[in-house]
Write a protein that binds this ligand. Structure first.
Ligand SMILES: [Mg+2]
Length: 377
């Protein structure tokens, strides 16, 4: 047992980086560095995406810091409840407060593991599975469907079990706007990947389908074997999703925009979601993710870590996906990106399509702090 588990300092570091998977656009998150009195360091991430949101999360983390300093880093549950209670007026299920709590909570879990010399996975109760299949997480960006099919199949040829492709993104792909083009895309990608590979379609905010459009696409995609259709009606349309559910048998995915376990319960209880996206950097950290994933498991729904920011959320997603009965695969970004690859000494990756088992202690990563300082905004 470590002698002194108290937190000495909490530092918020908003950073910005180019995201090659998203057409090289800038993305911003707020990293959180928590140092213990024993000198150990834990890292977390507030998955804010936008510069103003990363800066706002940093201010909230700084405001919450006095409630964390002096506490035992082992008391993650106690601190989580205290921060939620503290943000009762500006939080209570709202985005930025939950995103700020996420960064603090992930850093505390990492620090707790490092202080105890134990992996976060072991702290969560250990792996509930021996293997975790990985799929590629990509955006469609190219004008020619043939080129996108070739690119995606190139990634799945490395062993990845399939691909989730974002529609309605930046670039020239123009996916999610034209029925014939969408159907041609699914057909050509499926053929190029070959048998045994899954294709998931993830609609973006620019697609903005109405209910008949969603039903039409869902029926066509279901027939073509698409594994799931994500956010075809956005994140908040219970009536629309009920209509879609009644009309098709395709697996429906949404939930990544929920900020709290309570929000996840609300959508699970609608009976219209099969795969619930959960972002550790948004859903109030590792503590919040576990509670939300348990809600999914109790209702026999699949939870799916939204692993689309830096290697810190990647490491948290890796541990959580091995530890949660509701998770059965993990999305990885196969396109090289410094935030996923260079930020840490041991970025999460796969072997023959299966995600590496986390190695402790903590999140099992050492953060490249000089790179972090260079990315700071
Ligand atoms: Mg998504």
């Amino acid at each position: 047992m470590p002698r002194n588990t108290a937190v000495r300092s909490v530092e918020a570091i908003p950073v910005s980086y180019r995201e090659p998977t998203d057409h090289n656009r800038f993305r911003s998150v707020c990293l959180v560095k928590i140092t213990g009195e024993d000198g150990q360091v834990g890292w977390g991430e507030c998955c804010a995406y936008f510069t103003e949101a990363a800066l706002a999360a940093a201010k909230i983390v700084e405001g919450m810091a006095p409630m964390v300093v002096g506490q035992s880093a082992l008391h993650t549950e106690k601190i989580w409840h205290a921060l939620r209670k503290h943000s009762w007026w500006y939080g209570t299920g709202a985005g930025i407060a939950s995103i700020a709590i996420s960064g603090i909570d992930i850093a505390l879990w990492d620090l707790k593991g490092k202080m105890l010399g134990v992996s976060v996975l072991d702290l969560l109760g250990g792996p509930v599975r021996d293997e975790l299949p990985a799929i590629a997480s990509l955006h469609g960006t190219k004008a020619r469907i043939e080129d996108m099919a070739e690119e995606i199949a190139g990634h799945t040829a490395t062993g990845l079990h399939g691909a989730k492709v974002g529609f309605g993104k930046y670039g020239n792909a123009h996916l999610g706007f034209d029925r014939d083009r969408d159907i041609a895309f699914v057909r050509q990608v499926t053929e190029a990947m070959g048998p045994g590979k899954s294709l998931m379609i993830d609609c973006g905010v620019n697609n903005f389908w109405d209910i008949p459009t969603a039903i039409g696409r869902a029926k066509a995609f279901e027939e073509m074997g698409v594994a799931w259709l994500e956010e075809p009606l956005g994140h908040d349309d219970p009536e629309g999703y009920a209509a879609l559910r009644a009309a098709t048998g395709i697996r429906i995915a949404y939930g990544e925009r929920e900020s709290t376990p309570r929000g996840v319960k609300r959508i699970v209880d609608t009976g219209t979601v099969d795969v619930i996206g959960l972002d550790p950097g948004r859903i109030e950290g590792i503590t919040g993710f576990v509670k939300a994933a348990d809600i999914c498991a109790l209702s026999r729904r699949q939870a799916n870590a939204h692993n689309f920011s830096t290697a810190i959320v990647g490491a948290a997603s890796q541990a959580l996906s091995f530890a949660s009965p509701a998770c059965n695969l993990l999305e990885l970004q196969p396109v090289y990106g410094p935030a996923q690859t260079d930020l840490v000494d041991r970025p999460i990756w796969h072997r023959n399509g299966f995600v590496d088992m986390p190695q402790g202690p903590g999140l099992g990563i050492e953060v490249n702090e000089s790179l972090v300082r260079g990315m700071a905004i």
